[in-house]
Design a protein around this ligand. Structure first.
Ligand code: MG
Ligand code: MG
Length: 275
């Protein structure tokens, strides 16, 4: 995986703007889903909302038909980590719903995910979500020229480990993104810093920690998609698509480009609040 620098797609500024357009469709769709999700809905209901949101923006869903995936979004509930298929499952008060969404504009992809607790949240679950999302931003903060790829996963893991006894999923990782959803390089959520390709202007990475209340181990259900925790403990998943620019990370799937969260970490970014 490492040492194949030439296999990482490099984008120019015009291409980053196209990825930004796709990223904003994903951001809009995830915001709408976060505002819409409620007890009594099915995960199919969420998929229908996403389908309409992406279509009305003139974009195409990245996931539908991807290796035969049958829906627009992934919905992973409670002990489901990733790749859950929307269906007739009814969402209950207190459930954690992880929603993963990808969209394409002019052939360029955006990919992001979030977890949300529906209704009354167990404090332990709320904290899991906060730890996972903050770990994502710690990783994004390392998506900078002068660093190495493994700095990202190290920052993610270090934050999770410092926050408590959580399981950091290893079987599923982030990825390069651009003219395809999944490209070189893989972006693990663990490891030592200072390894792997040098981070360069024009790279785009989807960074996506999956963190469990219990152990890190996973298994795939008989539907051949849904990934769950082996121990049945609940899981959270947050993801953003990040462009590496000379001015710092530009979070293409955040409405503000990451300005607020990165400023809080003291990281420069080209993102302007009005974006
Ligand atoms: Mg995703
Ligand atoms: Mg992804």
């Amino acid at each position: 995986m490492f040492g194949r620098k030439s296999s990482i797609e490099i984008k120019n500024p015009v291409q980053f703007e196209r990825m930004r357009a796709a990223g904003l469709v994903v951001a809009d769709t995830l915001q709408l889903l976060r505002e819409s999700v409620a007890a009594g809905m099915t995960t199919d209901d969420l998929d229908a909302i996403a389908r309409e949101s992406i279509a009305s923006a003139g974009a195409s869903p990245s996931f539908l038909g991807y290796h035969g995936f049958p829906a627009v979004i992934c919905t992973s509930v409670n002990d489901e980590i990733v790749h859950g298929i929307p269906g007739q499952r009814v969402i209950n008060d207190g459930d954690v719903v992880s929603i993963d969404c990808g969209a394409i504009i002019d052939g360029w992809h955006g990919d992001a995910a979030l977890s949300v607790v529906v209704g009354e949240a167990d404090p332990e679950v709320s904290r899991l979500l906060e730890v996972t999302e903050t770990a994502l931003w710690r990783g994004i903060a390392k998506a900078r020229v002068g660093g190495r790829l493994s700095d990202i996963g190290h920052a993610v893991e270090a934050h999770v480990r410092a926050s408590g006894d959580y399981g950091v999923v290893e079987e599923y990782v982030g990825h390069g993104i651009g003219t395809s959803m999944h490209m070189e390089p893989s972006v693990p959520n663990y490891g030592q810093p200072g390894n792997g390709p040098k981070l360069e202007v024009g790279m785009a990475l989807a960074i996506e920690p999956m963190v469990n209340l219990g152990g890190r181990h996973t298994k795939t259900l008989d539907d051949e998609w849904t990934v769950v925790t082996v121990d049945g403990r609940w899981s959270a998943h947050f993801e953003h698509t990040v462009a590496i620019t000379a001015e710092g990370p530009w979070v293409l799937t955040a409405h503000d480009g990451g300005a607020e969260r990165l400023a809080a970490l003291g990281v420069p970014t080209p993102a302007a609040p009005e974006r």
